[in-house]
Design a protein around this ligand. Sequence first.
Ligand SMILES: [Zn+2]
Length: 398
Amino acid sequence: NLLVNPDRLVLDLFGVGGEALPAVAVDDVIVEKIRSSPFDEQTMRLVFDLNASTGYRISPWPEGGLEVEFNYLLADLGLEIADGLAGLWLEISAEPEFRLVYLEDPDRLVIDLQNTTLIGSARNIPVEHDRIARLRASQHLPSTTRIVLDLLKPVAPLALQAEDSRFMLPLFAGSAAEAEAFLAELEPAEEQKAVEPVKKAAAGTGELAGLVIAVDPGHGGSDPGAIGHDGTFEKDIALAVSKFLGELLQKAGAQVVYTREKDVYVSIFERPELAIAAQADIYVSVHTNSHIKRGTARGTETLYRAGDQISQLLARSVQDELVKAITLIDRRIWPRDDLAVFNGSTIPAILVEVGFLDHPEEEILLKAEGFQRAAAEGIFHGVVRFFDEIKEAGGLGQ
Ligand SMILES: [Zn+2]
């Protein structure tokens, strides 16, 4: 039990007898002292005298004993603005894990610091900035400090940086997509280093033997793609489904070329180049969807290169088999002439939007490994069916 006045954590250990142990003076920012005393014959009581009321986690050790972990402490925070660029600084006892969620009506960016306690009262600070109106912070849950930026125009957080005794979260003046384009232009050399060299698996003897398939997990690195209600990143779902898909394709004898195999940024112009370099027969991009009115749309759709019948046939097969496998709403196949991953090559190309990550129910599905595997199987069956149909029609005609 966490008690107040004074702040202390009381742990009753049932089935533990014996004498009180000497008190331990800790004198840390959180814990002042640990005391123990027999509460009754069966119960040993531990009292942690605290300097601040704070969340905690108790984990039993398998070999006996237990561990009590207290939250990180967020002593202070604020916005630093220089030349119109804003950065959120955090004076915190360790690098926090955080989740980002954009909310609308009114527009705001929510940053949840996990396992963190805010020292002092809630903050509500007006900001003089053309994009940010206000900075708020409060203890949302015992385990979570919530920071909210009330936005006038979009900002996109970049990578967290350690600075002397604090952490800085730079805020790009623009949307996540604009931040991506900016980063791509700023550091083309550095970003390219992150790209894995093209890999080809040994050719097998299965039903896809002799074929090269480019698998393109959407987004990655500094570009999270869509962000779910619960903070799930599209880039992570896309990579997971792509890897399951790649395994199935390889088992069927295909050579698989990934445009990325890790959480790295690869530009949308470079992705089709990788497929061309590997002489891929088809190009399958894996994404999850989002709607401009968050959470209002659901279902599966497959985009394909406009005016390209082979791509359309591939989209038809994959959409049918994917919907059969995961049973989300069958939205449509959709010709597109405006996507760089299609326009960068003439390889038959599709982009699968498995489901809507901004729909809370579909986010739960998309996060589940079983669902990711089912989606990969659906796409795989669509690819196999496509090549069967092509074979019947007399080949790809290349
Ligand atoms: Zn996407």
